[in-house]
Design a protein around this ligand. Structure first.
Ligand code: BTN
Length: 313
């Protein structure tokens, strides 16, 4: 893609590059080069245009553009194709539409803002500017019964990425990620499947990065670190962690992921109150099993297996 190539040449040069050089290198006309530069400027890149010297990239916008995400990304599968939207209803819905048309595994959908984002248990997840709203299309060769493994895996990967960014993140069952006891990330997976095969999984991840949230109940990376976070770098780190865990899952199965989940868990060993269908189960969270269910030891000493629900601790 010529526009991206021009951008990367300017980025790497760190100095003025002539239109003539760019045109010759990319096999296009100087007018075409100018058109691409014009588009870059419209997208928010600051490019200095100097007579006799050419073009110099002065700054890049705070946007999760495909060219930014792909630049320096250390993955083989995830994020090779990136779809970026300034505004959308839900990245999960967009991802489902493109997956139904047969897009390749690892395709990522990113939005700057999301008006009708979907959360767990029918809740909403509106993504404000400065946050990260991302959906990744995966096609694991697994039984649909084991799809929850991918959700738990994603909680592990997000926790690793947040820890890599310097935050003491931990997982609240089943897949909320907390920092200092407050929610910083939510995960929602959706699936298209037949009786015994998964067609695709949409792994939706929302992270509070630099956006504003009600700080009584939730938190952001910015609030915890007392500084703005580079969203592109964090998204790249997250994709790298997801890919690492996804490859482990494919090669070695769920067991090693489950051990990481236990290690990063904030729930195990705690007194919990889990709302499951119409019932509230209170007890000590003992463990999670191979299908991701929470095992709670209640006051009468019995163990309750909870497949899904809302957990408070
Ligand atoms: C939750 O904690 O309830 C899950 C929230 C998941 C939000 C993300 S944001 C990106 C993706 N698109 C959506 O519509 N939802 C997920």
């Amino acid at each position: 893609m010529t526009k991206e190539e021009i951008l990367n040449i300017l980025r790497e040069a760190g100095d003025y590059v002539s239109g003539e050089f760019l045109a010759e290198k990319l096999g296009v006309s100087r007018a075409a080069v100018w058109k691409h530069i014009h588009t870059l400027i419209k997208e928010g890149y600051a490019v200095d245009v100097a007579q006799g010297k050419g073009y110099r990239l002065m700054s890049v916008p705070d946007k999760l553009y495909p060219a930014e995400i792909r630049h320096g990304l250390q993955t083989k599968l995830l994020g090779r194709k990136v779809i970026h939207l300034n505004v959308t209803g839900s990245t999960n819905t967009v991802a489902r539409q493109v997956a139904e048309r047969g897009v390749e595994e690892g395709t990522v959908v990113l939005a700057e803002t999301q008006s009708h984002g979907k959360g767990r248990l029918g809740r909403k997840w509106v993504a404000k500017p400065g946050s990260l709203a991302m959906s990744v299309i995966l096609k694991p060769a697994i039984d649909p019964m084991h799809a929850s493994s991918i959700t738990l895996m994603a909680a592990v990967s997000v926790t690793k990425a947040l820890r890599g960014a310097g935050l003491e993140a931990a997982i609240k069952w089943p897949n909320d990620v907390l920092v200092n006891g407050k929610k910083i990330c939510g995960i929602l997976t959706e699936m298209s499947a037949e009786t015994d095969i998964v067609n695709f999984i949409i792994l939706g991840i929302g992270v509070n990065v630099n956006n504003d949230v009600p700080l009584e109940t939730a938190t952001t990376m910015k609030a915890e670190l007392s500084r703005e976070v580079d969203r592109v770098k964090f998204t790249q780190l997250l994709l790298e962690m997801l890919e690492e865990d996804y490859l482990t899952f494919k090669e070695e199965g769920f067991t090693p992921i489950l051990w990481s989940w236990r290690r990063y868990s904030d729930t195990l060993g705690r007194l919990v109150e889990v709302t499951y269908q119409d019932e509230v189960v209170t007890g000590v969270a003992q463990d999670v099993d191979e299908d991701g269910s929470l095992l709670v030891k209640t006051a009468d000493g019995s163990i309750r297996k909870i497949v899904s629900g809302d957990c408070k601790h």
